[in-house]
Design a protein around this ligand. Structure first.
Ligand SMILES: [Cu+2]
Length: 124
């Protein structure tokens, strides 16, 4: 059981890594606008929703980070902050949305449709 979940998660990460992110070395290119915001926050974090769980359900990230949320379940879900500061809206099966972490603190979130689904992002 655990191995299956781990493999699926690894696959999700691999998919995310192949998601068209070709923006690699840019040390000498002066024409490219520098879109990176201060702090060097990572933008590669992802949260998957599968088997009525957020995977991972605990995450540490930086202010300004963008997190891609993908629903890999066969039911609709949301990722909604308890304080409503973040909300993906309804994600049908296979759908994804990107949330932006605008403020530091502990972001507790649920699925609006299934409030027993919970997770936490520590935003630093
Ligand atoms: Cu749900």
């Amino acid at each position: 059981m655990k191995a299956v979940v781990g493999a699926a998660f690894a696959a999700a990460l691999a998919l995310g890594a192949c998601g068209g992110d070709s923006d690699t070395a840019s040390t000498t290119d002066t024409t490219e606008p520098d879109q990176a915001t201060g702090g060097g926050g990572a933008t590669g974090d992802t949260i998957a929703i599968k088997n009525f769980k957020f995977v991972p359900d605990k995450l540490t990230a930086n202010v300004g980070d963008m997190i891609k949320v993908t629903n890999e379940d066969n039911a609709a879900h949301t990722l909604t902050a308890k304080d409503k500061s973040v909300d993906t809206g309804n994600l049908d099966e296979g759908a994804s949305a990107t949330i932006t972490l605008a403020k530091a603190g502990t972001l507790d979130y649920i699925c609006n449709i299934h409030p027993y689904m919970t997770g936490t992002i520590e935003v630093e």
